[in-house]
Design a protein around this ligand. Structure first.
Ligand SMILES: [Zn+2]
Length: 315
């Protein structure tokens, strides 16, 4: 199951204790997936079975309305099922519409929208409204791949209303026009964590946080490896230069003419080009520390430089 699917599954299972919150959530669900027909029947339709189950339960607990969930295959191939709940009794439908303070959309004559702030006045109800809107038409990208949270709205009015509610929690929700839909979205990882907290998707929140921590750890390990590689390159470059110097001395004056300390380290460096200074020092008898080895190698390098200048002067 996708991350989005898991969040919806989790959100579909929790039913608010407070009636005001349940009403706010029904309002959000209907404003995205609800339609009223000419006979006054109220129809709710979705492709997500978890979402239809939640709507069904909310109706029952809030308005004491028992309905049936109808299932049919989508007309589009491989699109899965379409689930719907229809309240055919127009009196019952009216009870729901009045209870949720939804208005009929003049533009199309059958969809519903909320423009009554009373329904989402309290913070708990704002959370419930966002939850409902997300269940109806929201998605979250797989956090392994990236951070993106969005809720698709049919028109600008619905998008602006939702954006206002999300922004009341200090989340920087933006709106973008995609084809004919207005998409309310949140991009930043930490804010998406906040969105899950607001919707009370606590299991998903923990999962997302774990993935975020793992990702950060992976990044810092990569940074460290890059840094270590850079250091190794530096050591290798230094060793290459040391060997060049020693070869020059060997060629021009011979290593046996060096003092014992210098000839010893020169021989070892030639023999172990990849050894670190510390390792070279440990091979000496008696052992010499890293700075001692460094000192001797510098001395050799100075001698080689001298030989080079002499050579240039002779030319
Ligand atoms: Zn509430």
């Amino acid at each position: 199951m996708s991350f989005s699917g898991m969040v919806k599954e989790e959100l579909s299972r929790q039913i608010s204790m407070a009636r005001h919150c349940r009403i706010a959530e029904i309002a959000a669900l209907l404003s995205a997936c609800g339609k009223v027909n000419a006979e006054g029947a109220l129809r709710f339709q979705t492709e997500n079975d978890a979402v239809v189950r939640k709507y069904f339960t909310l109706l029952q607990k809030t308005f004491n309305i028992d309905t049936e969930i109808a299932i049919r295959e989508s007309r589009q191939m491989k699109k899965g099922n379409v689930y719907s709940v229809e309240i055919t009794d127009s009196t019952q439908a009216l009870t729901v519409l009045q209870g949720t303070k939804l208005s009929l959309n003049e533009a199309d004559g059958d969809t519903l929208y909320l423009d009554n702030e009373l329904i989402t006045q309290q913070n708990c109800c704002k959370r419930a409204f966002i939850r409902g809107a997300f269940l109806a038409s929201g998605s979250i990208s797989d956090p392994e791949k990236g951070y993106h949270f969005e809720i698709v709205c049919q028109d600008e009015r619905r998008a602006k209303y939702l954006q206002r509610i999300i922004r009341s929690f200090d989340i920087d929700a933006k709106i973008v026009l995609r084809k004919k839909s207005y998409v309310v979205y949140v991009k930043e990882g930490a804010q998406i964590v906040d969105m899950l907290a607001i919707m009370e998707a606590n299991v998903a929140l923990m999962n997302l946080e774990n993935i975020r921590i793992l990702k950060e750890m992976r990044n810092s390990v990569n940074r460290k490896v890059n840094c270590e590689t850079a250091n190794i390159n530096k050591t290798v470059n230094a060793a290459v230069k040391q060997i060049e110097d020693i070869r020059l001395i060997e060629e021009k004056t011979g290593l046996h003419n060096l003092s014992e300390g210098l000839s010893e380290i020169a021989e070892l460096r030639l023999q172990y080009p990849e050894a670190t200074l510390k390792e070279l020092g440990m091979m000496l008898n008696p052992q010499v520390g890293k700075s001692g080895v460094n000192h001797r190698l510098r001395k050799l390098s100075e001698m080689a430089d001298e030989l080079r200048t002499n050579e240039e002067e002779l030319l």
